[in-house]
Design a protein around this ligand. Structure first.
Ligand code: ADP
Length: 234
């Protein structure tokens, strides 16, 4: 089905308005409030500290753990509180997307915990979580090769769209979700998921549009970090 116009009037490759703030939590080592359209995510970082139980430790490199949680009031129908299968899977995927960027060899036997709270969801929460978490890790002063930036790409009807919202995700003419994360400096992919059908050509197009669009997110993440260290009010 032909998808001729996005409901909110955006161009097909246009991101929603974005806001990134770091150092928003007094008691976490690093933190970030990341907003993409109506999707709002808060991330807090603790560690590195020794990992218990001991058998989980890796003497060669550290571990990044993520705890993704969706507040009951974050979606239109109250979500059942507590982690379910979806939350557990997303936590693992987010940690895997962050790991390549963190210099894990600098803290063997230790763990860094990243807590991600979804305050408000309008799709793309895993991508927003990755952006919030990687900025919070940088805010915590973790040694990193790069920040990770992520965007929810999609094929809605016959169009490749960037940063799809809930309306588009539920589009009846056919919606394919392609959450994707990059280390923008090198363009290396750290997460690529696909839910739906797509041709290899369209998938390649979605990846290349995504690779360009995350550069805009990357700039906002860096601006937020620089603003804090310059002492600018955010
Ligand atoms: P993502 O948030 O990364 O797109 P999903 O594809 O699993 O992940 O979820 C898509 C969207 O569906 C979420 O962003 C949220 O708006 C909504 N959603 C997810 N889980 C629930 C839930 N338990 N109750 C209501 N809405 C939900």
């Amino acid at each position: 089905m032909s998808y001729t116009k996005r409901v909110d009037g955006r161009a097909f490759d246009e991101l929603r308005p974005m806001s990134v703030k770091v150092g928003v939590l007094e008691n976490a080592l690093g933190s970030c409030l990341f907003q993409m359209g109506k999707t709002k995510v808060l991330a807090g970082v603790y560690g590195p500290r020794q990992l218990y139980p001991r058998f989980l430790r890796n003497p060669e490199k550290g571990t990044v753990r993520c705890f993704y949680n969706m507040y009951s009031f974050s979606v239109s129908d109250r979500k059942r509180p507590g982690p379910g299968r979806r939350e557990k899977e997303l936590s693992e995927k987010i940690a895997q997307a962050l790991e390549p960027a963190v210099m894990l060899e600098k803290f063997p036997d230790a763990v860094v915990d990243v807590f991600v709270e979804i305050i408000q969801a309008d799709a793309g929460t895993r991508c927003a979580s990755i952006c919030a978490a990687s900025t919070a890790l940088a805010d915590a002063g973790m040694p990193m090769k790069d920040i990770v930036s992520s965007v929810a790409m999609g094929k809605i009807g016959d169009k490749i769209c960037a940063d799809i919202d809930k309306y588009e995700e539920d589009y009846e003419g056919g919606a394919t979700d392609i959450p994707i994360a990059f280390m923008p400096r090198t363009g290396e992919i750290t997460l690529l998921q696909l839910d739906g059908e797509i041709s290899p050509e369209d998938l390649k197009k979605a990846i290349s549009v995504g690779r360009e669009k995350v550069k805009e997110i990357y700039e906002k993440q860096k601006e937020a970090l620089t603003a804090k260290y310059k002492g600018d009010k955010q």
